[in-house]
Design a protein around this ligand. Sequence first.
Ligand code: GDP
Length: 293
Amino acid sequence: MTRIEGRIVRGIAGFYYVATEHGIVECRARGKFRKDNVTPLVGDIVEIQMINDSEGYILNILPRKNELIRPPIANVDQAIIVFAIAKPEINRVLLDKMIVLAESNDIEPIICINKVDLKEDREAFDLVTIYQKIGYKAVTTSVVTKDGIKELKSYLKDKVSFFAGPSGVGKSSLINSIQSNIKLKTGEVSEKLLRGRHTTRSVELLSLDFGGYVLDTPGFTALTLDIDIQDLRYYFREFLELQRGCKFSSCLHVNEPDCNIIKAVKEGLIDKNRYLSYLSLLKELKEKEKRRY
Ligand code: GDP
């Protein structure tokens, strides 16, 4: 029988559901994976051997671009990092932390400021502009007025994405508004269900009718930064060029002499809140290191 390639979109109790050009194929993994201690993950591109029209087994897992532990998924292209302009208030440090988490996992962060129907001022727009200037894709949305949903969809097209962000910001509502046949539970109920679901650790990639996939479970549920203190400054994109002008190549931009980043903050070339987030995350990493020794 034929060998074909596909992507694992769901895995339950040893069965993997692989989306292929012939539709969904129910697969088991061959014993060799157990021997090599490799578990196929949702998101994996796999080579399968068909047994009949709808069943097969996994022969090979193609090299992964990245791999997350919680939720367990491979080959994610982008994280839609959602915050609300109100209810709940935005936490800029957490937003920037999520961007760093994405960058350090080789995932493209896309910033989405939701619930813009709740505030009529320019705050959401100004915030999005800050991130766009740095070079990120960023969008303001409202599930109520459907503002920005079209733009959000254009970012999701042909990519594997997951939504991340604090609870209550509208992640499930946004996913539901993308496509009519997707109906995730929203509000209080979803939190409870989600917690229940995490224990079973089953995640699913939802297929988008305009191309691409969205994970049905929010990402970055475990928010620990696991990077080197020296590396943090490379995950702030607007620092990359400017920090080459620092006197010391090891400059961490805290209080070193002739620091080009501190100068750029003073001159307004770097957003002050971004810099404060950097300092806050640096402190977090330093404390973590202290605990380790
Ligand atoms: P999640 O926890 O991030 O998945 O958030 P939900 O999608 O469950 O939404 C939390 C609450 O915010 C629900 O009551 C939604 O109806 C509400 N909500 C979501 N998006 C919007 C929006 O754009 N505008 C307003 N006003 N409310 C929203």
